[in-house]
Design a binder for this molecule. Structure first.
Ligand code: ADP
Ligand code: ZN
Length: 296
């Protein structure tokens, strides 16, 4: 089976071909420009590749409400050319195959459930900490869409006692993304994350904010595993700091062995590594064939 996969990111697009075992046999990547430049590259890539379906995990916000007149659109992004852009429809016009369509983080969590760190689980979260913060939610065996789709990157946070940074979210100022996404680290400390030393105070503060949000999601959704990806999580020292802060926050209240005794297997990096998003898009494409996607 040949399935197309598109990880449509705000910074870069990754297109690939894979099969039903999750193996990616070919892929390309290019920076995200104006859709007039970017979409022809996507179309060129899949032309003649004879895929049976295509799955797309997209940056957002996007419309994933079946039956909505703007289903398949990117909605309110400030990225030039992409606001109210019919991303899915543009590809459907060219390729007469079933399409899977969801947020980039929902795709990633789905990929991790199918082939990665959360295989066989019914409740799992994928959180990316990069240019923005996004949360993909898989609950009771389904991807969660809800009213629009979860926007867990913008939850409100408790402030670190030594932090007077105002936050940079254009909507909320000091929401999680405004305080802890890559650009917030850069704005607060005057250096990009990868330029800060491993023992810099930035990482304890970063862990504080991420752990606060994880604590809330653990209490709210009771996930069986939390997967943390994205550029900022390339700092491996964050994982133990986050696990410790979550443990402190919960203070023994949630009585599960996963949390009390096996935190290092509970809050983890993606099992699929950098391929989580693309494999997730592949999984969405596969589901589109069996029509499962319309029921998730
Ligand atoms: P995007 O979110 O745009 O898809 P990334 O997940 O790579 O892309 O996130 C980019 C953000 O992550 C930038 O703000 C960048 O400074 C930060 N970042 C990338 N690599 C690292 C690293 N090794 N350490 C800390 N921060 C990083
Ligand atoms: Zn916000």
């Amino acid at each position: 089976m040949r399935i197309g996969a598109i990880e449509a990111g705000g910074t870069k697009f990754v297109c690939g071909i894979g099969d039903e075992s999750g193996r990616i046999e070919d892929q390309i990547s290019f920076p995200t420009g104006h859709p007039d430049q970017t979409m022809p590259k996507v179309i060129d890539y899949f032309q003649g590749k004879e895929v049976e379906a295509i799955g797309i995990g997209s940056f957002g916000p996007i419309d994933i409400a079946h039956g909505s007149p703007t289903y398949g659109y990117v909605t309110t992004t400030p990225k030039p050319g992409w606001a109210n852009y019919n991303l899915l429809g543009t590809l459907k016009q060219v390729f007469p195959v079933p399409f899977g369509w969801d947020t980039d983080v929902n795709a990633a969590v789905y990929g991790e459930v199918k082939w990665g760190a959360a295989q066989g689980m019914s409740n799992c979260l994928y959180i990316t900490v990069g240019t923005g913060i996004g949360v993909g939610v898989y609950a009771e065996g389904r991807l969660v869409h809800g009213l629009v789709h979860p926007e867990g990157g913008h939850v409100l946070t408790r402030r670190h006692p030594e932090d007077d940074f105002a936050g940079i979210c254009p909507y909320h100022g000091d929401c999680l993304e405004g305080m802890a996404a890559g650009p917030a680290i850069e704005a607060r400390w005057g250096k990009k994350g990868h330029e800060l030393p491993e023992d810099h105070q930035a990482w304890e503060m970063e862990a504080f904010y991420i752990a606060g949000a994880l604590t809330d999601t653990i209490l709210l959704l009771s996930p069986q595993k939390i997967i943390l990806g994205g550029g900022v999580m390339q700092q491996p020292q964050l994982f133990p700091l986050i696990r410790e802060a979550v443990r402190r926050n919960l203070n023994g209240y949630v009585s599960s062995n996963s949390i009390l005794d096996h935190m290092e297997e509970y809050i983890v990096a993606p099992g699929l590594g950098q391929q989580a998003g693309l494999c997730g898009a592949l999984a969405l494409g596969l589901s589109a064939i069996s029509n499962k996607v319309s029921s998730i």
